[in-house]
Design a protein around this ligand. Structure first.
Ligand code: DX5
Ligand code: ZN
Length: 237
């Protein structure tokens, strides 16, 4: 629930940036994580794709477990039928676990079940339960789920790849989601994921979202540290 220590911890850092790690130099992941920590980044985003819900296959629980870092681990599960799998992500040390209702036969049950997961980093913390929506999924899908989640993640690209272009109708969806959250009387966190660059992060941050995911624009193979600092500064403006 919203009173979990982890939700409070995350809320206290918001607005903030969650950096997508998959375009980092995976052969020097420890160094890349150290570098993020130095820039004040607090959350690392791990895109989990299974080749079924999403065309690409990426990483799973062993990868998340291997990330030795004090950063909060934000696991974005773009996988089919996560109901049997969420426990493994919690055991691997995920602090935020976000599922896609589009990928579940019973999204409400998955979220309900996630309520009892133990945070492997600190059992007293709990897990932030998230639901992510693809750009083509109506926001109303979330309405029956609102009592069972702490975090909504709006995808601004179709899931599958980093480096895609931000879909402009996301701005309208952000406003709608904010209205839906306000109407519910809850303090659900709202995030945006995909196509965030140096050029648009300030504009997205101005909408008042809590968490902005950015991957390839930070890990561009060039100025990683500078990019991370830029993104962090832009959301705090
Ligand atoms: C899309 C993923 C995003 C994406 C972020 O399937 O959920 O997290 O990889 O990467 P950029 O910032 O490159 O769009
Ligand atoms: Zn993602």
């Amino acid at each position: 629930m919203g009173d979990q220590a982890i939700t409070k911890l995350l809320r206290d850092s918001c607005p903030t940036v969650s950096v997508g790690i998959l375009t980092a130099n995976l052969l020097s992941l420890g160094t890349e994580l150290d570098l993020l920590e130095r820039t004040g980044i607090k959350v690392v985003h791990i895109d989990v794709m299974d080749g079924c819900f999403c065309p690409m296959m990426t990483v799973g629980p062993p990868f998340i477990k291997a990330l030795k870092t004090p950063l909060l681990k934000d696991a974005h599960l773009m996988i089919a039928d996560p109901v049997e799998k969420v426990a493994e992500y919690a055991a691997a040390g995920a602090d935020i676990i976000t599922i896609h209702p589009e990928a579940c036969g019973h999204p409400h049950r998955v979220l309900q079940q996630m309520r009892s997961l133990t945070n492997a980093n600190d059992p007293a913390r709990g897990i932030v339960r998230g639901a992510a929506l693809n750009p083509g999924t109506p926001l109303e899908t979330l309405d029956p789920l609102l009592d069972e989640l702490e975090f909504i993640l709006l995808l601004a690209v179709n899931p599958g790849w980093g480096g895609q272009k931000f879909i402009p109708s996301t701005f309208r969806r952000i406003t709608q989601a904010q209205q839906m959250i306000a109407d519910s009387g809850r303090e659900t966190l709202l995030g945006v994921d995909g196509g965030i660059t140096r050029a648009n992060i300030a504009e997205v941050a101005k909408t008042g979202v809590d968490l902005i995911v950015t991957g390839s624009a930070v890990f561009d193979g060039k100025a990683v540290e500078e990019n991370a600092r830029f993104m962090m500064a832009a959301v705090k403006l």
